[in-house]
Design a protein around this ligand. Structure first.
Ligand SMILES: C[S@@+](CC[C@H](N)C(=O)[O-])C[C@H]1O[C@@H](n2cnc3c(N)ncnc32)[C@H](O)[C@@H]1O
Length: 367
């Protein structure tokens, strides 16, 4: 925040009776977080209350919150582990008022603060307080856990170290202790096809990627910030292979399902259609009809990271019949790495089962 804006916030807080301006200024000059003094912080357009002693939500987490919104169906279920003030949960609940959003935190002050922000917050270690009924039914798990490596804590700004709770910061050796536990915890609660999003930093993505793959998650992707630094990791719980259906191994050894049953395919397409509608609506809002947006294939196959570029009229076709995704594959973009960085803000979910050759054999909606 710019110094002028900070001064305005302090003056406003003083005029609302928080305390004499001299006292508020003295607290700020002593290094106390502005959010604790004025009592709130702006996070993704929401005004989030932050009580003294509770971790102050960072602007760098806003992208994760927005991505989580895009992954959460209208009536879906989201769980935010290590919720702190509940900032991410507030954004999710505001954007998806019909969804169920549950948060957890181990710190009673954080739980109380999140509740004051209107969040359904439970106290306990990671996923431990979650109701068992939620197992395998959660659409999105988010977690901004403590991930500063213990050995690098001393590098944090003096005021952060002096004021913010160490439990909110210290991620153990390499900073990955809670991250890894959160990745494994998420796997227990996600529904097949559900996603987990974890904030991370530094050199932690490779280790987390390996943990997630080991936990059985797929479609693992790293989100970078505007400066090109790893900021979050996302993964998906794959759909289980269904019994009684033909399956075979593709060239790389990945087991894939053969698309055969029409009823199941229709059901899948409906789910796809819903996700496309919800996830793409924002991305296409106001976009010129001839501009390409990128769609990421999230079929769940470990080997598939294909993308297509799609115009708004083509998107309308995919909305009306998701099989158009297969038809539109002439726009496949080969250089996924570049595209992911450049177009990551577009949240696009396409379920496409089978190898590209199998998809090509699917019914063509034009015929
Ligand atoms: C970095 S803060 C993030 C808070 C919030 N998600 C945000 O972005 O503002 C980490 C939070 O995790 C909580 N925490 C630390 N270890 C935890 C654990 N094992 N289980 C649950 N919460 C934990 C801390 O109390 C703190 O509120």
């Amino acid at each position: 925040m710019l110094p002028g804006a900070e001064a305005d916030a302090l003056l406003e807080a003083s005029s609302h009776g928080v305390g004499p301006i001299e006292e508020l200024l003295a607290r700020r000059l002593g290094g106390e977080p502005l959010a604790w003094i004025v009592g709130w912080v702006r996070f993704c357009d929401a005004r989030v209350r932050v009580d003294p002693g509770v971790f102050v939500p960072r602007p760098q987490t806003e992208a994760l919150a927005r991505r989580a919104v895009a992954l959460l169906p209208t009536d879906g279920i989201a769980v935010d582990l290590c919720a702190g003030s509940g900032a991410v949960a507030v954004v999710l609940a505001t954007a998806r008022p019909r969804a169920t959003v549950i948060a957890t935190d181990v710190d009673p002050a954080a739980v109380a603060c999140a509740r004051r922000n209107g969040v359904e917050a439970l106290m306990g270690d990671l996923d431990e307080p979650l109701p068992p009924a939620l197992r395998r039914s959660v659409d999105v798990v988010t977690a901004v856990v403590p991930y500063v490596p213990t050995e690098e804590l001393h590098l944090l700004p003096r005021d952060v170290l002096a004021y913010e709770p160490r439990r909110a910061l210290d991620g153990g050796p390499r900073g990955t202790v809670v991250l890894e536990r959160a990745a494994r915890a998420a796997t227990r609660w996600l529904r097949p096809g559900g996603s987990v999003l974890l904030e991370l930093g530094g050199e932690q993505a490779d280790e987390l990627s390996a943990t997630m793959a080991d936990a059985g998650l797929s479609a693992i992707r790293v989100h970078r910030d505007e400066e090109g630094r790893d900021r979050a990791i996302e993964a998906r719980r794959p759909d289980p292979p269904s019994e009684g259906r033909a399956s075979r191994a593709d060239g790389s050894g990945t087991r894939v399902r053969t698309v055969s049953d029409r009823e199941e395919r229709v059901a899948r397409n409906e789910a796809t259609s819903r996700e496309i509608n919800e996830g793409l609506e924002q991305a296409h809002e106001g976009a010129p009809s001839d501009r390409y947006l990128r769609m990421v294939c999230e079929c769940g196959l470990a080997t598939c990271d294909r993308m297509i570029a799609i115009t708004t009229p083509e998107y309308e076709r995919v909305r009306s019949d998701p099989r158009w995704f297969a038809v539109l594959r002439e726009h496949v973009v080969p250089d996924v790495e570049v595209m992911l960085e450049e177009y990551d803000r577009f949240v696009i979910v396409v379920k496409r089962e089978g190898t590209p050759a199998e998809v090509a054999e699917m019914e063509d909606p034009r015929s």
